[in-house]
Design a protein around this ligand. Structure first.
Ligand code: PLP
Length: 286
């Protein structure tokens, strides 16, 4: 892949940051991820918009204009030569040139890169669906770090992933103190029961794919509620699916080792998944 760092394009292996960067030392950074499919960005404006909002909330200043950012991302993709790419933009607090501890002296650092779109599920994996656990590990309480700011505070997710691995599953969904669903490492969750879709609305990132799924559900006429969703609802659901830029819409067919519904991709998930990929051929969504 190709990276953009310190104002220049370099091969991924040459993209390096200082160990004094506050992004590295204190997770003092924000980021966003967008994907390119068959040579075209999908919902780039929404990702740039969220990135700018996150930066603003964290008092990070983008050193280039939004238009220039879009051009840099496109150039990372073009230089990498990938038709399908995972494209990340990162803004860190950086470090102070004088090693001062005053954050206001730090030089904010923009890093962008394009790597192969490797997380996407192959068709047979997609049919089989994901196996996840509902973890007792708590997602960061919404009042400590605003969850709608895309952040690298992932230690709860990392512990959740090990919880999943220990239990023979692929990933985990964390819960809140009241036993409600939150989200997983890099994805939002949806449940379907008797044709009605529900997704958590508190303490979760406003995923761009989550928003796409909500829009597609409305177009396809599926009733959908954004509300508190009890973990027990996922266990009793006919279908469960997760959404992310990295994986699109993905069925969950096992939770805590038990089958979800019939144990295979259900009709609502399939309809949304097909509509999602069909949108990738529509220039209005690029
Ligand atoms: N939730 C969290 C915590 C995430 O980090 C991500 C993406 O990385 C998502 C949800 C999914 O968001 P999106 O659909 O915008 O990729």
């Amino acid at each position: 892949g190709t990276a953009y760092i310190d104002g220049a394009f370099v091969p991924m292996s040459e993209a390096k940051i200082s160990v004094l960067d506050w992004g590295f030392l204190h997770s003092d950074a924000t980021y966003d991820v967008v994907h390119v499919w068959k040579g075209r960005f999908f919902r780039l404006d929404s990702h740039i918009e969220r990135f700018l909002r996150s930066a603003d909330r964290l008092r990070l200043t983008l050193p280039v204009s939004p238009g220039e950012l879009a051009r840099i991302l496109a150039e990372c993709v073009a230089r990498s030569g990938f038709q399908d790419a995972y494209v990340e933009m990162v803004l860190t607090r950086g470090a102070s040139p004088t090693f001062s501890r005053d954050l206001r002296d730090a030089r904010h650092q923009l890093i962008c890169f394009a790597i192969p779109f490797g997380w996407i599920l192959r068709p047979e994996q997609r049919e089989a669906g994901l196996s996840i656990v509902l973890s007792d590990i708590r997602r960061i309480p919404p009042d400590s770090v605003d969850p709608t700011v895309k952040n690298y505070h992932w230690l709860d997710f990392v512990m959740g992933l090990y919880d999943a691995y220990d239990r023979g599953a692929q990933s985990a969904v964390l819960t809140d103190a009241g036993g409600n669903l939150a989200e997983g490492p890099g994805f939002n969750i949806f449940t379907v029961r008797q044709g009605r879709i529900a997704t958590p609305d508190r303490g979760v990132l406003r995923g761009v794919t989550r928003q796409t799924a909500i829009a597609l559900a409305a177009e396809l006429g599926f009733p959908l509620e954004e509300r508190l969703v009890a973990a027990a609802e996922a266990l009793a659901a006919d279908e469960v699916f997760v959404t992310s830029t990295a994986g699109g819409i993905m069925p969950v067919t096992r939770i805590n080792a038990a089958a979800v519904g019939a144990g295979r991709m259900g009709p609502v998930t399939r309809a949304l998944l097909e509509a999602y990929w069909a949108r990738h051929d529509d220039p209005a969504w690029s």
